[in-house]
Design a protein. Structure first.
Length: 323
Protein backbone atom coordinates (compact mmCIF):
# COMPACT_ATOMS: atom_id res chain seq x y z
CA UNK A 1 0.00 0.00 0.00
CA UNK A 2 2.83 2.38 0.91
CA UNK A 3 4.60 1.71 -2.38
CA UNK A 4 1.36 2.27 -4.30
CA UNK A 5 0.73 5.52 -2.45
CA UNK A 6 4.28 6.71 -3.12
CA UNK A 7 4.00 5.79 -6.78
CA UNK A 8 0.69 7.61 -7.12
CA UNK A 9 2.14 10.62 -5.33
CA UNK A 10 5.08 10.79 -7.72
CA UNK A 11 2.79 10.47 -10.75
CA UNK A 12 0.57 13.27 -9.45
CA UNK A 13 3.57 15.53 -8.88
CA UNK A 14 4.95 14.87 -12.36
CA UNK A 15 1.54 15.52 -13.89
CA UNK A 16 1.13 18.76 -11.95
CA UNK A 17 4.64 19.86 -12.98
CA UNK A 18 3.91 19.14 -16.65
CA UNK A 19 0.67 21.14 -16.52
CA UNK A 20 2.47 24.00 -14.79
CA UNK A 21 5.16 24.12 -17.47
CA UNK A 22 2.54 23.99 -20.22
CA UNK A 23 0.68 26.88 -18.59
CA UNK A 24 3.89 28.90 -18.34
CA UNK A 25 4.69 28.18 -22.00
CA UNK A 26 1.25 29.35 -23.17
CA UNK A 27 1.30 32.43 -20.94
CA UNK A 28 4.76 33.60 -22.03
CA UNK A 29 3.98 32.90 -25.70
CA UNK A 30 0.83 35.05 -25.57
CA UNK A 31 2.32 37.87 -23.48
CA UNK A 32 5.36 38.26 -25.75
CA UNK A 33 3.17 38.70 -28.78
CA UNK A 34 0.98 41.19 -26.92
CA UNK A 35 3.99 43.52 -26.68
CA UNK A 36 4.12 45.90 -29.67
CA UNK A 37 6.81 45.16 -32.23
CA UNK A 38 8.70 42.05 -33.27
CA UNK A 39 12.23 40.94 -34.15
CA UNK A 40 12.15 42.90 -37.39
CA UNK A 41 11.26 46.25 -35.82
CA UNK A 42 13.58 45.60 -32.87
CA UNK A 43 16.52 44.90 -35.16
CA UNK A 44 15.94 47.62 -37.76
CA UNK A 45 14.23 50.29 -35.67
CA UNK A 46 12.80 53.13 -37.76
CA UNK A 47 14.38 51.63 -40.89
CA UNK A 48 11.73 48.87 -40.77
CA UNK A 49 9.21 51.35 -42.19
CA UNK A 50 11.29 51.62 -45.39
CA UNK A 51 11.08 47.89 -46.14
CA UNK A 52 9.27 46.87 -49.29
CA UNK A 53 6.44 44.33 -48.95
CA UNK A 54 8.69 41.67 -50.49
CA UNK A 55 11.52 42.41 -48.05
CA UNK A 56 9.14 42.42 -45.10
CA UNK A 57 7.65 39.09 -46.19
CA UNK A 58 11.13 37.57 -46.60
CA UNK A 59 12.09 38.63 -43.08
CA UNK A 60 8.81 37.33 -41.66
CA UNK A 61 9.45 33.98 -43.33
CA UNK A 62 13.01 33.95 -41.97
CA UNK A 63 11.82 34.51 -38.40
CA UNK A 64 8.74 32.32 -38.83
CA UNK A 65 6.38 35.24 -38.21
CA UNK A 66 4.35 34.56 -41.36
CA UNK A 67 2.83 31.42 -39.82
CA UNK A 68 -0.35 31.41 -37.70
CA UNK A 69 0.22 31.76 -33.95
CA UNK A 70 -0.96 28.22 -33.26
CA UNK A 71 1.55 26.85 -35.76
CA UNK A 72 4.32 29.01 -34.25
CA UNK A 73 3.52 27.74 -30.76
CA UNK A 74 3.46 24.03 -31.58
CA UNK A 75 6.51 24.37 -33.83
CA UNK A 76 8.45 25.89 -30.95
CA UNK A 77 7.06 23.32 -28.50
CA UNK A 78 7.97 20.45 -30.82
CA UNK A 79 11.53 21.74 -31.18
CA UNK A 80 11.91 21.75 -27.40
CA UNK A 81 11.49 17.98 -27.26
CA UNK A 82 14.41 17.60 -29.67
CA UNK A 83 16.65 19.85 -27.56
CA UNK A 84 16.35 22.77 -29.97
CA UNK A 85 15.57 25.83 -27.82
CA UNK A 86 15.93 28.23 -30.72
CA UNK A 87 18.56 30.62 -32.04
CA UNK A 88 19.55 34.11 -30.93
CA UNK A 89 20.17 36.43 -33.87
CA UNK A 90 21.70 39.03 -31.52
CA UNK A 91 24.30 36.71 -30.02
CA UNK A 92 24.60 34.46 -33.09
CA UNK A 93 24.37 31.46 -30.79
CA UNK A 94 21.83 28.82 -29.98
CA UNK A 95 19.61 29.49 -26.98
CA UNK A 96 20.81 26.21 -25.47
CA UNK A 97 24.44 27.38 -25.53
CA UNK A 98 23.47 30.75 -24.03
CA UNK A 99 21.46 29.05 -21.27
CA UNK A 100 24.24 26.60 -20.46
CA UNK A 101 26.60 29.57 -20.05
CA UNK A 102 24.26 31.83 -18.05
CA UNK A 103 22.41 29.40 -15.78
CA UNK A 104 25.49 28.52 -13.63
CA UNK A 105 26.06 32.24 -12.99
CA UNK A 106 22.54 32.65 -11.61
CA UNK A 107 22.83 29.39 -9.63
CA UNK A 108 26.04 30.61 -8.03
CA UNK A 109 24.49 33.97 -7.20
CA UNK A 110 21.38 32.27 -5.76
CA UNK A 111 23.41 29.89 -3.58
CA UNK A 112 25.62 32.66 -2.17
CA UNK A 113 22.55 34.85 -1.54
CA UNK A 114 20.66 32.06 0.22
CA UNK A 115 23.65 31.20 2.42
CA UNK A 116 24.02 34.85 3.47
CA UNK A 117 20.26 35.11 4.04
CA UNK A 118 20.28 32.04 6.29
CA UNK A 119 23.31 33.29 8.22
CA UNK A 120 21.49 36.58 8.85
CA UNK A 121 17.85 35.52 9.05
CA UNK A 122 17.92 32.44 11.30
CA UNK A 123 20.08 33.87 14.14
CA UNK A 124 18.16 37.15 13.99
CA UNK A 125 14.83 35.33 14.07
CA UNK A 126 15.88 33.21 17.05
CA UNK A 127 17.21 36.30 18.81
CA UNK A 128 13.91 38.09 18.31
CA UNK A 129 11.92 35.07 19.49
CA UNK A 130 14.04 34.63 22.62
CA UNK A 131 12.37 37.67 24.22
CA UNK A 132 9.18 38.73 22.41
CA UNK A 133 8.23 42.41 22.61
CA UNK A 134 11.67 43.31 23.96
CA UNK A 135 14.19 45.79 22.48
CA UNK A 136 16.05 42.94 20.75
CA UNK A 137 12.75 41.78 19.22
CA UNK A 138 12.04 45.33 18.04
CA UNK A 139 15.53 45.53 16.51
CA UNK A 140 14.97 42.28 14.63
CA UNK A 141 11.60 43.49 13.38
CA UNK A 142 13.15 46.75 12.17
CA UNK A 143 15.88 44.89 10.27
CA UNK A 144 13.25 42.58 8.76
CA UNK A 145 11.06 45.51 7.76
CA UNK A 146 14.06 47.24 6.16
CA UNK A 147 14.88 44.11 4.17
CA UNK A 148 11.32 43.92 2.87
CA UNK A 149 10.98 47.65 2.19
CA UNK A 150 14.26 48.69 0.56
CA UNK A 151 14.14 47.95 -3.19
CA UNK A 152 16.98 45.77 -4.43
CA UNK A 153 17.86 48.18 -7.25
CA UNK A 154 18.16 51.08 -4.78
CA UNK A 155 20.37 49.16 -2.33
CA UNK A 156 22.49 47.79 -5.20
CA UNK A 157 23.01 51.22 -6.74
CA UNK A 158 23.85 52.81 -3.38
CA UNK A 159 26.36 50.10 -2.45
CA UNK A 160 28.02 50.18 -5.83
CA UNK A 161 28.25 53.98 -5.90
CA UNK A 162 29.56 54.36 -2.34
CA UNK A 163 32.15 51.59 -2.50
CA UNK A 164 33.35 52.53 -5.98
CA UNK A 165 33.74 56.25 -5.19
CA UNK A 166 35.01 55.93 -1.60
CA UNK A 167 37.12 52.77 -1.65
CA UNK A 168 37.64 52.23 -5.36
CA UNK A 169 36.08 48.77 -4.98
CA UNK A 170 34.30 47.90 -8.20
CA UNK A 171 35.22 44.38 -9.36
CA UNK A 172 32.03 44.27 -11.44
CA UNK A 173 33.52 46.93 -13.70
CA UNK A 174 35.80 44.22 -15.11
CA UNK A 175 34.81 41.44 -17.48
CA UNK A 176 32.99 38.64 -15.67
CA UNK A 177 35.27 35.90 -14.36
CA UNK A 178 34.00 32.37 -13.90
CA UNK A 179 34.45 30.56 -10.59
CA UNK A 180 36.93 28.10 -12.08
CA UNK A 181 38.68 30.60 -14.34
CA UNK A 182 39.53 33.23 -11.70
CA UNK A 183 38.06 32.24 -8.30
CA UNK A 184 39.24 35.36 -6.43
CA UNK A 185 37.81 37.85 -8.92
CA UNK A 186 34.64 35.78 -9.25
CA UNK A 187 34.03 35.87 -5.49
CA UNK A 188 34.65 39.62 -5.45
CA UNK A 189 32.16 40.10 -8.28
CA UNK A 190 29.58 37.97 -6.46
CA UNK A 191 30.02 39.69 -3.09
CA UNK A 192 27.91 42.83 -3.56
CA UNK A 193 25.03 41.27 -5.53
CA UNK A 194 24.86 38.42 -3.01
CA UNK A 195 24.72 40.92 -0.13
CA UNK A 196 21.93 42.86 -1.83
CA UNK A 197 19.81 39.80 -2.56
CA UNK A 198 20.72 38.06 0.71
CA UNK A 199 19.63 41.06 2.77
CA UNK A 200 16.25 41.13 1.06
CA UNK A 201 15.71 37.38 1.47
CA UNK A 202 16.92 37.38 5.08
CA UNK A 203 13.82 39.41 6.05
CA UNK A 204 11.16 36.75 5.26
CA UNK A 205 13.44 34.02 6.60
CA UNK A 206 13.86 35.99 9.84
CA UNK A 207 10.11 36.50 10.22
CA UNK A 208 9.40 32.85 9.44
CA UNK A 209 12.04 31.71 11.93
CA UNK A 210 10.65 33.98 14.65
CA UNK A 211 7.09 32.74 14.17
CA UNK A 212 8.11 29.07 13.98
CA UNK A 213 10.37 29.29 17.05
CA UNK A 214 7.67 31.00 19.12
CA UNK A 215 5.19 28.29 18.14
CA UNK A 216 7.60 25.45 18.98
CA UNK A 217 8.59 27.02 22.31
CA UNK A 218 4.96 26.96 23.44
CA UNK A 219 4.79 23.16 23.15
CA UNK A 220 4.81 20.91 26.18
CA UNK A 221 7.90 18.93 25.18
CA UNK A 222 10.00 22.12 25.31
CA UNK A 223 8.86 22.85 28.85
CA UNK A 224 9.59 19.23 29.76
CA UNK A 225 13.10 19.42 28.29
CA UNK A 226 13.73 22.65 30.16
CA UNK A 227 12.50 21.09 33.42
CA UNK A 228 14.86 18.13 32.90
CA UNK A 229 17.79 20.54 32.82
CA UNK A 230 18.68 20.40 29.12
CA UNK A 231 21.42 23.02 28.51
CA UNK A 232 20.02 26.22 26.95
CA UNK A 233 22.21 26.05 23.85
CA UNK A 234 21.26 22.45 23.14
CA UNK A 235 17.62 23.22 23.86
CA UNK A 236 17.61 26.07 21.35
CA UNK A 237 19.52 24.30 18.57
CA UNK A 238 18.26 20.72 18.80
CA UNK A 239 14.78 20.90 20.27
CA UNK A 240 13.53 24.34 19.26
CA UNK A 241 15.27 25.03 15.94
CA UNK A 242 15.20 21.37 14.91
CA UNK A 243 11.41 21.30 15.17
CA UNK A 244 11.00 24.69 13.51
CA UNK A 245 12.92 23.79 10.35
CA UNK A 246 9.99 22.81 8.11
CA UNK A 247 8.57 26.34 7.60
CA UNK A 248 12.12 27.71 7.34
CA UNK A 249 12.96 25.17 4.63
CA UNK A 250 9.71 26.04 2.86
CA UNK A 251 10.53 29.74 2.82
CA UNK A 252 14.13 29.05 1.74
CA UNK A 253 12.98 26.90 -1.17
CA UNK A 254 10.52 29.55 -2.33
CA UNK A 255 13.13 32.29 -2.14
CA UNK A 256 15.70 30.19 -3.99
CA UNK A 257 13.20 29.58 -6.76
CA UNK A 258 12.45 33.30 -6.90
CA UNK A 259 16.15 34.11 -7.29
CA UNK A 260 16.44 32.01 -10.44
CA UNK A 261 14.28 34.45 -12.36
CA UNK A 262 13.89 37.41 -10.04
CA UNK A 263 17.51 38.51 -9.86
CA UNK A 264 17.35 40.22 -13.26
CA UNK A 265 17.63 43.77 -11.87
CA UNK A 266 20.64 42.97 -9.70
CA UNK A 267 22.30 41.03 -12.52
CA UNK A 268 21.82 44.01 -14.81
CA UNK A 269 23.21 46.54 -12.31
CA UNK A 270 26.27 44.43 -11.52
CA UNK A 271 26.75 43.25 -15.14
CA UNK A 272 26.43 39.57 -14.32
CA UNK A 273 25.70 37.41 -17.40
CA UNK A 274 22.99 35.41 -15.65
CA UNK A 275 19.74 33.87 -16.83
CA UNK A 276 17.65 36.86 -15.75
CA UNK A 277 19.73 39.29 -17.76
CA UNK A 278 19.45 36.93 -20.72
CA UNK A 279 15.65 37.18 -20.54
CA UNK A 280 15.80 40.97 -20.27
CA UNK A 281 18.00 41.31 -23.35
CA UNK A 282 15.75 38.89 -25.21
CA UNK A 283 12.67 40.98 -24.41
CA UNK A 284 14.42 44.15 -25.56
CA UNK A 285 15.33 42.53 -28.87
CA UNK A 286 11.95 40.76 -29.21
CA UNK A 287 13.70 37.41 -29.56
CA UNK A 288 10.71 35.19 -28.96
CA UNK A 289 12.47 31.83 -28.90
CA UNK A 290 15.14 33.11 -26.52
CA UNK A 291 12.65 34.49 -23.99
CA UNK A 292 10.17 31.61 -24.25
CA UNK A 293 12.77 28.88 -23.87
CA UNK A 294 14.69 30.66 -21.10
CA UNK A 295 11.55 31.33 -19.05
CA UNK A 296 10.55 27.68 -19.47
CA UNK A 297 13.98 26.59 -18.20
CA UNK A 298 13.53 28.88 -15.18
CA UNK A 299 10.08 27.40 -14.53
CA UNK A 300 11.44 23.86 -14.83
CA UNK A 301 14.23 24.67 -12.39
CA UNK A 302 11.69 26.17 -9.98
CA UNK A 303 9.60 22.98 -10.14
CA UNK A 304 12.69 20.86 -9.44
CA UNK A 305 13.60 23.08 -6.47
CA UNK A 306 10.08 22.59 -5.06
CA UNK A 307 10.38 18.81 -5.43
CA UNK A 308 13.76 18.85 -3.67
CA UNK A 309 12.22 20.98 -0.91
CA UNK A 310 9.50 18.36 -0.42
CA UNK A 311 12.15 15.65 -0.19
CA UNK A 312 14.00 17.72 2.41
CA UNK A 313 10.86 17.73 4.55
CA UNK A 314 11.01 13.96 4.73
CA UNK A 315 14.62 14.07 5.87
CA UNK A 316 14.16 16.61 8.66
CA UNK A 317 10.68 15.78 9.94
CA UNK A 318 9.65 12.17 10.78
CA UNK A 319 5.99 13.28 10.91
CA UNK A 320 6.08 14.07 7.18
CA UNK A 321 7.58 10.65 6.43
CA UNK A 322 4.88 8.99 8.48
CA UNK A 323 2.11 10.86 6.68
Amino acid sequence: MLKTFSHNSVVRRIGAAALTLLGVAIFVFIMLRAIPGNQITAGLGTEAAALTPAQKLALEQYYGLDQPLVVQFFSWLGNLFTGNLGFSARAQQSVLDLTVASLPVTFELAIFSIVLALLIGIPLGMLSASKPDSPRDALGQIVGLAGLSIPAFLLATALLSVLASSLGFNPNGQAFASLFGDPLLNLQQMLLPSLVLGFGIAAPIMRTTRTAVLEVRSNDFIRTARAKGVPPRRLQLKHVLGNALVPIVTMTGLQFGYLLGGAVVVEQIFSLPGIGRQVLLGIQQKEYALVQSTVLVIALTFVIVNLLTDLTYRLIDPRVRAS
